[in-house]
Design a protein around this ligand. Structure first.
Ligand code: TXA
Ligand code: MG
Length: 323
């Protein structure tokens, strides 16, 4: 990855335009939201999204939250049932993220959803993030703007400390108001489950659904008796191929659909030029294709264990183990 000089610019319309131009060029930009500072990129551009993981040095791919301006934009990406509508009406704009069935027509890069059939969406309330969404005219994927394994950034100095030299621009609009990440609610198949606690409490979510119009018998905070969350989204939310998968393969064996990398050719190739960012951007698409192919097994060429290659290998090792 190139190492840009990181500029820190205050929130105003000129700097929002600057940030939007960077995002249109496939870069990622740090921007405050009401919860924490986010690291935003065009959610429809897989290579740009791979750049988020590269900048964060994230050793694995978690699905990311997609930010949009309003519920109309959200409905282009996901299917809303009556309960999801009620939650969106009650809490958007604000620190609530809904996990909903992904629409096939969404145009969202598969790396954002980590290949899942669901998508996490929220409508943020912060003026800087909203202005950026408006200027970009695209849904923006944004995890917290910190290096992997460090605390979430609530001030511009936290972002600078963590990501200096790794991203071109940080928009500064002071400390964030909430300071913890949004509440994540999974709303699929008529069941409501809290996947991550946040500024909006379980009681508030339940109250919003208890207006007489919605059945609330399938509400679940996901907590054990001590109030610890049992099934955080990050653990249960990975696409795994259905077929057996072999890693570090130099060539296909009988019955294997070969996913190549660089000079190691195959039925498909993550990046013929050996570019790890491109490989990350294409990983989940190629796994889906391999799953859908006529061959019973999958083999994947060796991926260098550096940079974003670590995250690719982490994902492949899990897929190989599960198979
Ligand atoms: O407050 C926030 O939500 C911040 C600000 C920047 O908006 N963003 C944030 O994003 O925390 P991120 O990408 O770090 O959080 C992603 C979380 C992960 O725990 C992930 O597992 C969960 O959302 N998630 C995303 N998509 C999911 C899905 N389809 N199913 C289940 N969990 C999902
Ligand atoms: Mg985070």
């Amino acid at each position: 990855m190139d190492a840009p000089n990181t500029r820190i610019l205050p929130y105003n319309k000129y700097n929002i335009a600057e940030a939007a131009a960077l995002i249109a060029a496939g870069k990622c930009v740090a921007v405050p939201t009401e919860t924490v500072y986010g690291l935003a990129a065009d959610a429809t551009d897989g290579t740009a999204v791979a750049g988020i993981y590269a900048a964060k040095g994230r050793p694995s791919f978690n699905p990311l939250i997609v930010h949009v301006l309003d519920i109309g934009a959200a409905k282009k990406l996901a299917a809303f049932d009556a309960r999801a509508e009620a939650l969106a009406a009650a809490f958007w704009p604000g620190p609530l993220t809904l996990v909903l069935p992904l629409k096939p027509s969404s145009g969202i890069a598969s790396l954002v959803t980590a290949g899942l059939e669901t998508i996490a969406i929220r409508v943020p309330a912060h003026r800087a993030m909203r202005a950026l969404l408006e200027a970009c005219g695209k849904p923006l994927a944004a995890p917290s703007a910190n290096a992997s394994g460090t605390i979430s950034p609530t001030r511009v100095e936290h972002v600078a400390h963590s990501l200096d030299g790794r991203i071109p621009l940080i928009l500064d609009d002071g400390p964030t108001r909430q300071g913890i990440e949004s509440t994540i609610v999974r709303e699929v198949f008529g069941m409501t489950r809290i996947l991550r606690h946040g500024p909006i409490t379980g009681a508030q979510v339940l109250a919003a659904l208890s207006d007489g119009k919605h059945k609330v018998d399938r509400f679940d905070t996901g907590e054990d008796a001590e109030g610890k969350i049992e099934a955080p989204g990050q653990l249960s939310s990975h696409y795994a191929p259905r077929k057996p998968l072999r890693i570090d393969a130099r060539e296909a064996a009988e019955g294997e659909w070969m996913i190549g990398f660089g000079d190691i050719a195959g039925d498909d190739n993550l990046s013929p030029g050996g570019d790890l960012t491109e490989a990350a951007a294409r990983l989940f698409d190629l796994l889906h294709k391999a799953d859908a192919s006529g061959k019973p097994d999958i083999a994947v060429a060796p991926i260098p264990e550096h940079g974003i290659g670590e995250a690719i290998n982490d994902r492949l090792r899990r897929a190989a183990y599960r198979a």
